[in-house]
Design a protein around this ligand. Sequence first.
Ligand SMILES: Cc1cc2nc3c(=O)[nH]c(=O)nc-3n(C[C@H](O)[C@H](O)[C@H](O)COP(=O)(O)OP(=O)(O)OC[C@H]3O[C@@H](n4cnc5c(N)ncnc54)[C@H](O)[C@@H]3O)c2cc1C
Length: 524
Amino acid sequence: MGAKPLPILTQNLPVRFQAPAAVRIISSPVSHDWPALQRRLSAVLPRRAVVAARQELLAYDCDGLTLHRHQPPLVVLPETTEQVAAVLRICHQQGVPFVARGSGTGLSGGAVAETEALVVATSRMRRVLQVDLPNRRVVVQPGVINSWVTRAVAGDGFYFAPDPSSQVACSIGGNVAENSGGVHCLKYGVTSNHVLGLEVVLPDGTVTQLGGELDESPELDLRGAFIGSEGTLGIATAITLRLLRAPQSVAVLLADFTSMEAAGEAVRLVTAAGVLPAGMEMMDRLTIEAVNDYLAGDGVSEPEYPPDAAAVLLIELDGQEREVLAAAELTERLCRQAGARQVRQAWEAAERARLWKGRKSAISALGRRFPSYYLQDGVVPRSALPRVLAAIDQLSQRHGLPVANVFHAGDGNLHPLILYRDGEAGVRERVQELGGEILRLCVEAGGSISGEHGIGSDKRCYLDWMYSPDDLATMQLLRRALDPLARANPGKIFPTPRSCAESARRVQVLRAAGVSLPEEAVVF
Ligand SMILES: Cc1cc2nc3c(=O)[nH]c(=O)nc-3n(C[C@H](O)[C@H](O)[C@H](O)COP(=O)(O)OP(=O)(O)OC[C@H]3O[C@@H](n4cnc5c(N)ncnc54)[C@H](O)[C@@H]3O)c2cc1C
């Protein structure tokens, strides 16, 4: 089924930057001598740190986005910054592209070598290097798993705030590269708000420091530019994280509704009243059913969430005890005003954990019912939530593909999960077409094509719905300053004429309409 032509959105967008100079990066597939490279890499790495056996390489052929698979020719598993630097120096000398990889839980195809490239996996870089509680910071290697950070300091009353639902598996290096979010990012901000400094190996093998140990430093914020750059500027090898004091009091409210619209209205009322929850998450009927089944399989006798609800909201409030009590009372009242049938308050740690367990296992729960899923990640203004959710439902029916919704409602960060059965003829194309239409809805509602999962290879063809060719060219200037030949994670983030025929066509149409575009802005 062919994709429908998209509107020329860039025509109506303001140009955010004017590209000051020519940018022309053409990545053409080059064949490399992999056996020779394997020998060179083996000489600078510990034993069994170079993976070349076909069977073992299978583990690296995709990330959490299983629609696309590409087996890399070679994977290395360095343990130290010096080893990463040695690997990237060899790649630099031989013109070999490389792809950084953390735990491979990314959902936009970022850690996958689409074209022939060396995969540099950080799964043996899992040491907590320094814990500095008086200054509330910790330094970790990039392969350290997100939840281990809090585990290392929880006994002293501290925690690390960014908590993606994948936090028991994803790496801090991956979180940095994707600028990941999570349940607590509504109040506490995303990864970039919690990273003070980065040690980075640049694509030529140079080791450098971006940011530092202090909250503020007067330099150009290259730390900020690196966070969210999806492995296209180099490899982070040590990361200094900010820690927070655990709050004195925490409550979780579970409110259930007979429609998604009513739940969306509750989100609007609570935020309009000035309550700032630590997290505010929504699940729809399909997700509730799947999660209740999943927890029942785990020995939970009563359904955790009301089985006949059309939507539930989980709202976490934290702070000083009196403040939380007042916020809980107000939030409950506003949820009832929006149409909540019941509002349950959980104050005990064990009960709170049970409520969150369902939310955090939602994707696995849906995965049990539907063998394949495609998880999208778009953002809309909170006020547009009810309208966009209704439109997603219509799209789901039109395409004949079920869509489950489980998402960070407080941030307007949608995660529609398109469920399908792989193997059905043409189903992958239909799934991708529906995913694209959902993202187009988000952009048209004044939102974005990504809240936290990044662009990777999955959404690069949609980037020019949001940015003009000049914007894209200017982003490439920064990238080229650090990586002149675009060898770091080649082909990711930016639309290319080869991978995005529709983007190339849009440029042609703009030109034909008399819009002046620099030649250089169009070829990446
Ligand atoms: C069930 C599930 C739930 C999820 N929930 C959330 C959520 O709530 N919020 C959220 O934000 N995401 C979520 N994700 C997405 C994913 O877990 C995050 O994007 C995570 O940060 C990826 O980390 P990773 O270690 O798996 O990275 P990978 O998938 O290995 O890599 C991701 C990107 O980071 C780059 N990279 C990895 N390490 C480095 C490094 N050291 N230096 C430079 N670049 C590097 C890679 O090249 C790639 O582009 C979820 C995923 C799943 C499967």
